[in-house]
Design a protein around this ligand. Sequence first.
Ligand code: SF4
Length: 221
Amino acid sequence: MEYDEDEFLNLAGLQHFAFCRRQWALIHIEQQWNENLRTAEGHILHENAHDSLSAEKRGNLIISRGMAVLSHRLGVNGVCDVVEFHTSPGGVPIFGREGKWLPVPVEYKRGAPKENDADSLQLCCQAMCLEEMLVCGEIPKAYLYYGETARRTAVPLDEARRGKVTAMLSEMHELYRRKYTPRVKPTKSCNACSLKGLCVPKLYRSGSAADYLKKRLEECS
Ligand code: SF4
């Protein structure tokens, strides 16, 4: 199956979906967004990485910033912070350069590496888009750069990770088509969630919304 461009989902939404399906739906289906310190700092780091749509050569690397990517097979599009092109027999020719070059995405994140795999899934999806767009060989690994440690980590792009990206995007398309926002499932992630104020996970713990409102009115009277 191939998706038309008007069905494409935002690639950055994969990390929201991996963090919490409800958070993804609130942002991408209901268009709700709450800026907090974490998201604001994340935007600044991304703006620095995207500060120019440019390409430069450094030694054996060609570095492209702010490169737009898409996949008709996955039904997704987005922008890569940085794509490095490494010389490789599995790569593709680049006009004006000798040899073949394999694209390797590098994604910039604020903070330290996370316990969940949200960042690596987003990165893997970028690589899958690049493989489809450029018709190059398989990209074996890519990199995540974390602002807090100022270091980058290699992420293997194995079959298990690729399968998870494909399955999650399929589920996202299904939810988007039905315009369905999953119900609240409070977890420890809620404490760091930028949408906690809109989602109100307390409602879940207190029973129904009607029960919650009744309790609040009683407290105010
Ligand atoms: S507050 Fe919790 S349940 Fe609600 S969107 Fe955020 S992570 Fe998901």
